[in-house]
Design a protein around this ligand. Structure first.
Ligand code: FAD
Length: 289
């Protein structure tokens, strides 16, 4: 690997200022699991890496009572999320998803912010965050703004970050007591081939579906809401929806646009989407017991 200089910064403002100063010749350096891989392989090179792990307070996980949400600092590692008592108490589905990411070595250093900002399409948390309606807080030396997952993920490897901007926090609204979630993934290689999240809200008697959200990841350039599947399941009795989940899975598969690659053919991945939607729906439903 060609030599580079590491700049330890004490604040978001300093990181942003250095990004402005060095422009395309610099990148933020969090866990480095993606960045150092592409630099080692010679695909990309930057003379300046701005180490943001030295910025205090960016790796906190907090429960925000006022808005009933989780506040996750961008520098929080996958391992922290997997093991956090706050996450296990308030959003166990996120802990479940985090536990399945990569291997313990990657989870120990890889951050949630790095996962989102690299915008690799095969991301587990992106699929779940879309279903949960997470909000991404961005900051530079001069401004702050908040984007939805869909706004933040513009395309594969293309986050909606300005050249001097950092992702600082992810805010996740917590589902109410009458909502449960399911998450299913299928994997051949290091990263998931297909991922599906379902959030299911039932009526008080647990007999009818008040709302259902279905998101599909890894098959398009970014995760998407399978609205056709949602329409087939929403407003039905639980029994009717279980029967309709076969059609819903197929409808979600129709909305997927996967390519043929080492993970399998397009047709095979669509078949996986159809099956995982059914399984995630069932998983969410069984969590009501
Ligand atoms: C072997 C392997 C297996 C994997 N398996 C999975 C898997 O199963 N599921 C899954 O979802 N993911 C998987 N991943 C991806 C993994 O989750 C990411 O590599 C990790 O989270 C990236 O975080 P990082 O801190 O290392 O990012 P870095 O490599 O430090 O940064 C990645 C990019 O994001 C930018 N960046 C980082 N932080 C910020 C920030 N706060 N603001 C703005 N820009 C920022 C950097 O400049 C860089 O361009 C895998 C990765 C590897 C290497």
């Amino acid at each position: 690997m060609q030599p580079f200089e590491i700049h330890d910064v004490p604040s978001v403002q300093d990181a942003s200022n250095l990004l402005s100063e060095y422009g395309d010749n610099a990148r933020l350096y969090a866990g480095g699991t993606e960045l150092l891989l592409v630099m080692k392989s010679g695909i990309l090179h930057y003379d300046h890496l701005i180490n943001i792990k030295t910025v205090p307070g960016l790796n906190a996980i907090q429960y925000g009572e006022a808005d009933h949400e989780l506040k996750i600092g961008a520098l929080t590692t996958h391992r922290q999320l997997e093991r956090s008592e706050v996450v296990q108490r308030w959003l166990p589905l996120l802990a479940q998803v985090e536990r399945e990411i990569a291997n313990v070595r990657v989870r120990n250093v890889g951050t949630i912010g790095g996962n989102m900002c690299f915008a690799e399409p095969h991301s587990d948390p992106a699929t779940l965050f879309l279903a949960l309606g997470a909000q991404f807080k961005l900051a530079s030396a001069t401004m702050e703004r908040t984007l939805s997952v869909d706004e933040f993920l513009v395309d594969a490897y293309e986050p909606a970050l300005q050249p001097d901007e950092l992702l600082t926090e992810i805010r996740v609204p917590l589902p109410g007591a009458s909502t449960h979630g399911g998450y299913q993934r299928f994997q051949f290689h290091e990263r998931p081939t297909v991922s599906v999240a379902v959030l299911l809200t039932l009526d008080d008697a647990h007999e009818g579906i008040k709302e259902v959200i279905v998101t599909v990841g890894c098959v398009n350039s970014k995760p998407f809401r399978a609205t056709e599947a949602e329409a087939l399941l929403g407003g039905k009795s639980v029994e009717e929806a279980q029967i309709a989940s076969d059609k819903a899975g197929k409808a979600a598969a129709e909305m997927a646009d996967p390519s043929d690659d080492l993970n399998g053919s397009s047709a095979y991945k669509k078949q996986l989407v159809a099956i995982l939607v059914q399984r995630a729906f069932l998983q969410a439903y069984t969590r009501f017991d």
